[in-house]
Write a protein that binds this ligand. Sequence first.
Ligand code: PCA
Length: 220
Amino acid sequence: MRAANGVVLVTGFEPFAGDTLNPSGEIARALDGTEVKSVRVVGRVLPCAFRECERAMADLLGKHRPEAVICLGLAGGRDGIHVERVAINVDDARIPDNAGIQPIDTPVVESGPAAYWSTLPLKAIVASLRNEGVVAVVSQTAGTFVCNHLFYFLMHTLASNRKSRAIRAGFVHVPWLPEQPAARNGQPSMALAAQIAAIRTLIATTLTETELRVQGGAEH
Ligand code: PCA
């Protein structure tokens, strides 16, 4: 049985790299205050900055004590919903973050393990999305920018405390919105309403799927 007043935390990011829109933040905003499987969604938009997003995440974990955490980010150029398998212990930024910081070959956590697996039910999520006609895959890299940084920080924080180790958590990359310039120039995109519906399905699967398959296996 799940505790009453359960909360699932969904985060997205503010726009970055000169963009005016970030679908991940729009999804978090749209889902805030809604319910999925009788669990309340707390949706928040995080700063796209290495240090500030850590602080914001730590505050949210302490304040809401969520039973699951799903972080979202934009991966322009990717097709469909990409459920990330692994967070790696490196920051290697091609561009500065929104605070002007550009770490190169720097660990996310000094002396932390090389990587953490997502604890979301990856294959069940992909299956449930495909079942609804959504393009979805397990992705093997969340990159080395702010998204991977937040993902690694989240998993490290949860793993570091016995009480939070069982919390399901992971990262999901979403594509451009059709109205964004890159999409107008032919890159893959998905309408916001479809992205929101897909993330609702993903949350429902996370809350109901009890079996966690081996995370390190090859993709099929
Ligand atoms: N995408 C970037 C950072 C913020 C976002 O939405 C990334 O993939 O790292």
